[in-house]
Design a protein around this ligand. Structure first.
Ligand code: FE2
Ligand code: FE2
Length: 194
């Protein structure tokens, strides 16, 4: 039987050594925010906690190491051309191979930069928590309220801002983000009711 409390502490220690103090603070903020949302949406708290701890595990690794991990991941072409997206795929890979997370537990890490069509509640909780944690310079407590009232609406608001920002910079939009946007705009159930 795996002791997940110890696993969390091990993961935190590894992450602390792999990222800057500022990024570590961000990760602590994401963990805290994601845990509140996990309770709100009746998700497995330990699964969300591990995913939140590990979501930026590879973000500050030296480039050669990132590229080596990418070879294992074999991402799509658009991801390959967008270094900002690499760490979601490589951190997902390490969560499984370094920390023995199940596919299910690791999945939110994989989608935390692009989103995707048919996101699970866990996927959305990590995606949203990553963007609205208290350490963000554009932190707004109203976003947390929205996330607690309707995670789909929070997801849509954040993704919209990200897509517009990316377009304003003249950069391409990843197909998974576009699929996510269309899914949020057109599919039911986009309103989560307790
Ligand atoms: Fe990230
Ligand atoms: Fe993050």
């Amino acid at each position: 039987m795996m002791n997940w409390e110890n696993r969390c502490n091990q993961a935190l220690a590894v992450v602390k050594r792999s990222v800057s103090p500022a990024r570590y603070l961000h990760i602590e903020g994401v963990v805290q925010t994601a845990m509140i949302l996990a309770t709100r949406y009746s998700l497995d708290p330990m699964a969300i906690r591990m995913a939140a701890i590990l979501h930026d595990r590879t973000k500050e690794l030296p480039k050669p190491q990132q590229l080596k991990l990418l070879e294992e991941v074999k991402p799509d072409l658009m991801t390959l051309k967008s270094p900002a997206l690499w760490h979601a795929k490589t951190a997902h890979y390490l969560a499984i191979h370094e920390f023995q997370l199940s596919e299910e537990w690791a999945e939110p890490i994989r989608w935390h930069t692009t989103g995707r069509e048919n996101m699970s509640l866990s996927d959305m909780v990590l995606y949203v928590a990553d963007q609205i944690e208290p350490g963000r310079e554009f932190y707004d407590p109203k976003d947390m309220e929205l996330a607690q009232n309707n995670i789909y609406a929070a997801m849509k608001k954040i993704l919209q801002a990200k897509l517009m920002f990316t377009m304003q910079k003249g950069q391409p939009l990843h197909q998974d983000s576009l699929a996510c946007w269309n899914w949020l705009c057109t599919s039911s159930p986009r309103v989560y009711e307790a």
